[in-house]
Design a binder for this molecule. Structure first.
Ligand SMILES: Nc1nc2c(ncn2[C@@H]2O[C@H](COP(=O)(O)OP(=O)(O)OP(=O)(O)O)[C@@H](O)[C@H]2O)c(=O)[nH]1
Ligand SMILES: [Mg+2]
Length: 511
């Protein structure tokens, strides 16, 4: 219903437009009189066709621009987050703009809630109302982040969005139906006065209207989809521990455990402020684990000055090299010895960003290693909200393969010539099959002192290749740690706040 002020506004508008609107019938009359009306019609058809083509092209360009301005998932997300993102993406794609008018605030809030619910359901599948698992500050954080991003995107993508007020938009919405009713009236009148031109005009109107409506629908759809994606993105970031309540910067500060290990590292140079990459060396006794560390360092690093830690039977060394995130590399006792109990092994692999598994090429009984490795893999797979650390198999003792007397590196292992090279290649394939890893993840080396081979080139290259995935594991590990410490520090703050409140309570009551 039009209220009184709207009606007066409408009258003002009519008075403004009446003289201009009268020009059309008057002009047509004049054209008719001079016999040029057909030319005018031809020009009108040509202009309409050009205009329609231009509008069509613009719409396609806009669609491309909008598609480019689309929230995408973080490539560093673990598998569970990717599942959640697929659900959000499916929800965004299925959105019909007609179902979600922008003027209906409560309905839009429902849409945001549905996106949140979608994510919560994946992280808390056993809960009937998973959304209720979210704390109030965390809920507010998602809204804050999603709104911040949407604001910058809208400002960047929608022309004049920084000049249009919410009132403008609402008024435009309210007026739309009135205006179209009036337009219908005008069209009917025109049809009576001049059927031919009205018919042409009608076709033109329709084409133009359709093109503009479609462009508006595209924008409307983009807005809704981005809204869902943004809410989903931050909900996923929060549930997977990548968003914490207190700070914004990606956390890579050294965790307490790594600070301790750095202090224990044989080479106690200045401690790194950033969290180091934690590389864990595992394997059976005598496989060549300690020799691997020496070969990687290129010199003997005696861990004599290291304090023995009975709870953690591993020895950390600092590993620095161009192109590699500063790392701590941990030497461990054989997995088949009493020196590495299963519980300790579990803690170690849970904290590792990269695992180097050393196995001797000349010892073909690998059932025990396979069992241990499968247990470790099961442990990793039980945490879908984490990436499993990359695993590299180091196949040592290749110099002892048949013929054992022959040792004349380098060997071409891609096109093996001679028995030794063929045996090395066969050993690598056997190890890969026994431990169920791709052959590309097994690197043959010799670690015997004075005979070190294939470490400086192939092994280092394989290590550096796995740095990206290992860094992702490191970052998630830091975030977990920060979330843990944040929980405590927030609780401390809140308790302190509550304490202050209680202390001043008597005064407040009396005052
Ligand atoms: N011939 C040969 N000997 C090797 C190779 N790698 C290691 N060794 C020798 O194997 C023996 C055991 O090597 P370590 O590096 O101490 O083995 P480890 O895995 O650290 O053994 P634990 O610490 O007892 O579990 C040492 O005598 C090494 O010199 C290799 O590739 N070829
Ligand atoms: Mg050792």
């Amino acid at each position: 219903m039009l209220n009184r002020s709207d009606r007066l506004r409408l009258a003002a508008l009519l008075l403004w437009t009446l003289p201009v609107a009268a020009l059309l019938p008057l002009g047509l009359w004049r054209l008719w009189e001079t016999g040029t009306v057909l030319y005018w019609m031809a020009a009108m058809v040509a202009c309409s066709a050009l205009g329609y083509g231009l509008q069509y092209g613009l719409r396609r360009r806009d669609a491309r621009l909008l598609a480019g301005a689309q929230t995408t998932p973080d490539p560093a997300w673990p598998p569970q987050s990717k599942t959640a993102w697929d659900a959000i993406e499916a929800m965004a794609t299925a959105i019909q703009p007609a179902d979600w008018p922008l003027s209906d605030g409560p309905r839009l809030a429902d849409l945001g809630r549905a996106a949140l619910d979608q994510v919560a359901r994946i992280y808390h599948p056993q809960k009937a109302q998973p959304l209720l698992e979210l704390t109030l500050p965390h809920g507010l954080l998602i809204i804050e982040r999603a709104c911040r991003d949407l604001r910058t995107e809208i400002a960047a993508q929608i022309p004049f969005s920084h000049r249009l007020t919410m009132g403008d938009l609402l008024r435009a919405y309210r007026w739309k139906s009135t205006a179209s009713r009036l337009l219908d009236l005008y069209r009917a009148g025109r049809l009576v006065i001049n059927p031919a031109s009205a018919l042409l005009g009608e076709t033109w109107e329709r084409l133009r209207g359709r093109a503009f409506d479609a462009a508006w629908a595209d924008l409307h759809r983009w807005l809704l989809q981005e809204y869902v994606r943004k809410v989903g993105y931050y909900a996923i970031a929060l549930y997977s521990g990548r968003l914490t309540l207190t700070t914004d910067a990606p956390p890579a500060a050294a965790t307490p455990a790594s600070r301790r290990d750095q202090a224990r590292a044989a080479d106690t140079a200045s401690n790194q402020a950033d969290e180091p990459l934690r590389i864990l060396i595992l394997g059976r006794a005598n496989a060549g684990k300690s020799s691997l560390i020496n070969a990687l360092f290129g010199r003997l690093t005696a861990p004599t000055d290291v304090l023995p830690d009975p709870a953690m039977p591993v020895t950390p060394y600092r590993l620095e090299r161009d192109g590699l995130t500063t790392a701590l590399i941990f030497d461990s006792p054989g997995i088949d010895t009493a020196g590495l109990p299963p519980k300790t092994l579990e803690t170690l692999v849970a904290d590792a960003d990269l695992v180097l598994w050393v196995t001797a090429a000349h010892r073909p009984d690998r059932q025990g290693e396979r069992t241990a490795l499968d247990r470790i893999r099961a442990l990793w797979n039980s945490k879908p909200d984490h990436h499993p650390p990359p695993l590299l198999i180091v196949v040592s003792h290749i110099d002892l393969l048949r013929p054992p007397r022959e040792w004349q590196p380098p060997y071409d292992l891609i096109n093996p010539q001679g028995t030794k090279a063929a045996n090395i290649r066969a050993a690598v394939e056997a190890v890969a099959a026994d431990l169920e890893v791709p052959t590309a993840d097994a690197v043959p080396v010799c670690l015997a002192e004075g005979r070190v081979y294939n470490v400086a080139d192939s092994l280092w290259a394989a290590l550096l290749e796995r740095q990206g995935p290992a860094d992702r594991v490191r970052l998630l590990r830091c975030l977990d740690e920060r979330k843990r410490s944040e929980n405590w520090s927030l609780l401390r703050q809140q308790l302190a706040g509550a304490g202050r409140f209680l202390a001043t309570l008597p005064r407040r009551i009396i005052g």
